[in-house]
Design a protein around this ligand. Sequence first.
Ligand code: SF4
Length: 458
Amino acid sequence: MAPHGISICDVQAIGAALETFEKFQYVIIIYYLVERRYGPYIALSGTYRGMGTQLLFSYGNMRYSLEGKTKGMIAQSTLGFEQGPIRPPNEARSLLLRVTRNCPWNQCLFCPVYKGQKFSLRTAEEIKRDIQTAREIADDIKALSWKLGESGSVTNPVMRHILNNNHTYSYQSVAMWLYYGTGECFLQDADNLIMKTEDLIEILSFLREKFPELTRVTTYARSRTVSRKSVSELKEIKAAGLDRIHIGLESGSDRVLKFIKKGVDADRHIDAGRKVVEAGLSLSEYIMPGLGGEALWREHALETAEVLNRINPHFIRLRSLRVISHAPLYKKLENGEFKPLTDDQVVEEIKLLIENLDNSTTSTVTSDHIMNLLEEVHGKLPEDKEHMLEVIRKYQALPNSDRLIYRIGRRGGAYSSTDDLYRDSSTYEKVKNLISELSARGPDEVEQFINEMANQYV
Ligand code: SF4
């Protein structure tokens, strides 16, 4: 049994479910399998990676293959290095290296990721050893490819060979990185700019020396930490090899930031963001629709737009709020201090935010996080602003019943556009029947089902 009382089903059943979704290269599916209360509907969560004819499914440290064999626990082999628990969605195909452990702040109420984990710095020596190991793994994999007659390329036969043998998770992740060939690298965990500038420069220089093929190196950082660095320090960090920083801005409203204990105010966000841009680094600002709840949603949208206008980051990334039971915000939700927005209210809030982004703001907006209901709210400002608003209006104009079908299909991984509703009548009918069955069980069952599906992604 996996967590949440979900039985892990037979891999053939996963295969059957995946046939419906085979167009997705990388999806998290919580659609059909298991959960007794839903009768024939079985819920399962995990990560799928589409690789030609082979699909792998991993859940915790268990690993399954669509070829029908349960591989069992991932065994340890000698070559391996440390990796952290998360990375941004757009770094799914990047080389992942852990530079610090966990989060030095760790107080944001909505964030469950590092709660209970102590922050620690890693020494430059430790990190350099990991980089060296990653290099050795990459060379080992290329040598294997030559041995298998694949001329040094990491192809499906090479991947199959690696995944069918007992290698560490980090070994497999380097193999996947080579397979996808992005040349990109993401430095984990939450706030790497907290390192001394000289240490960061030392590891970035070493990384670039060992992996001259890298095309982009990215990290997470907090505004509070970034704003303590000078622009010239940030320029030195860039010169050593860092290209992009992701910052969790979340909100531009001081009241929201205080309520969720972000540990920074809007002015600090603006200062940090502007410094990053001035240093010539690429800047992604993550914002969190829904975070103001019923009480502050309007202020959250308007003041976030204002802060974004003042920073003009390269990317504005939407990551809609989900409150799960192990996030501290859940207590406030239970005691009524925080009243969450419905999916439709979040859509309205995003509309207000986008409407208030200036014509002088030239950011690219993305909704690439699975928490977002409308993935197509994406485009370059200011020219695509109208297109993004149109995506929202189109959703809002759907009949109530189709909006509900879309929400279930989206949370289940079947839909990425409202147009999908009418492209695939079989899924549409299946979801419609599911809604009827759930509704017959009780008035809250449909919303509860949607919540459970959506929360599995957190
Ligand atoms: S700073 Fe980031 S990682 Fe740390 S608690 Fe806040 S959201 Fe979580």
